[in-house]
Design a binder for this molecule. Structure first.
Ligand SMILES: [Zn+2]
Length: 68
């Protein structure tokens, strides 16, 4: 029982470390607000848009654990 618990915790730690490393090496992710387009379209006037304030038109935002 005790050994199984330790095994599960070790597996979880490995998965977490892999997620952390991958996030660290790939710090940017697609902006969730504009889906990477860099602009937000108006709901009422589809041809009008404004620059996405979340990413400043880059279309990318820094994900969690990203390096500077
Ligand atoms: Zn954006």
């Amino acid at each position: 029982m005790q050994t199984e618990l330790i095994g599960v915790m070790a597996a979880a730690a490995v998965v977490l470390a892999l997620v952390y490393l991958s996030s660290y090496r790939h710090p940017l992710k697609q902006c969730w607000r504009c889906k990477g387009k860099g602009i937000l379209r108006s709901g009422l006037l589809p041809w009008r848009y404004r620059i996405c304030p979340q990413c400043g038109r880059k279309g990318e935002v820094r994900g969690p654990f990203g390096r500077k």
